[in-house]
Design a protein around this ligand. Sequence first.
Ligand code: TMP
Ligand code: ASP
Length: 232
Amino acid sequence: MKLIYRGKAKDVYELDEDKVLIEFRDDLTAGDGAKKATKEGKGQLNAEISAKFMELLSKNGIPTHFIKFEKPNRHVAKKVEIIRVEVICRNFATGSFVRRYPFKDGQELSPHVVEFGFKSDEYHDPMINEDIAMALKLVSSEEEMKEMKRITLKVNDILSEFLLKKGIILVDFKLEFGYTGDGKLILADEISPDTCRFWDAETREIMDKDRFRRGLGDVLHFYREVKRRIEK
Ligand code: TMP
Ligand code: ASP
């Protein structure tokens, strides 16, 4: 198989003209790759968790690249050209948000916030707006930015409701989108504890990659707990 992309945590192989195989690796990074580790089993957990979320979203009418899960740590997906815009949705203030603005850590946000970032480790994913995305030729129309925001808010509603029933607060998350060969905009990449923040709804214990970013330990224990709860 031909490796067509190697990211910080996933490898993408070409299967045919319109399908790819995505392999979730055990690598963990933070700070745009500055901090690195490998945790055996992380790739499998993220592949399983992300598959579950992608299936749930597809069932609820969200167009996604996901086709099927392949044991132990792979997704078959539609081949897309990834848009270099990260769409971040925040329900509670934490992380970079409380470093940039005067919100209290853990404060609920009203309205829920959608931000766009430029997907670039070199530039440290700076926040961008519609005009910057257009000027950088990341998208071809402002309408696409609106469409990504609209889908992201719908994803937020679906996942937040689902997770809360499992005792998990969806604090914030990052989505990526891509264009299919015939020019459709669809949800791509992954939705996992690497790309979302999850807090236990009762204790507010951190159940995501912040455990690694902040050196809190027990990273995989909490990834496993997320998987256990969403599969219940
Ligand atoms: P932040 O608080 O560091 O800006 O992160 C917001 C959310 O987006 C959090 O759930 C982590 C996720 N995220 C990624 O998945 N990849 C990234 O490169 C960045 C900057 C954030
Ligand atoms: N861009 C960061 C990284 O180096 C991602 C993060 O901290 O979530 O992986």
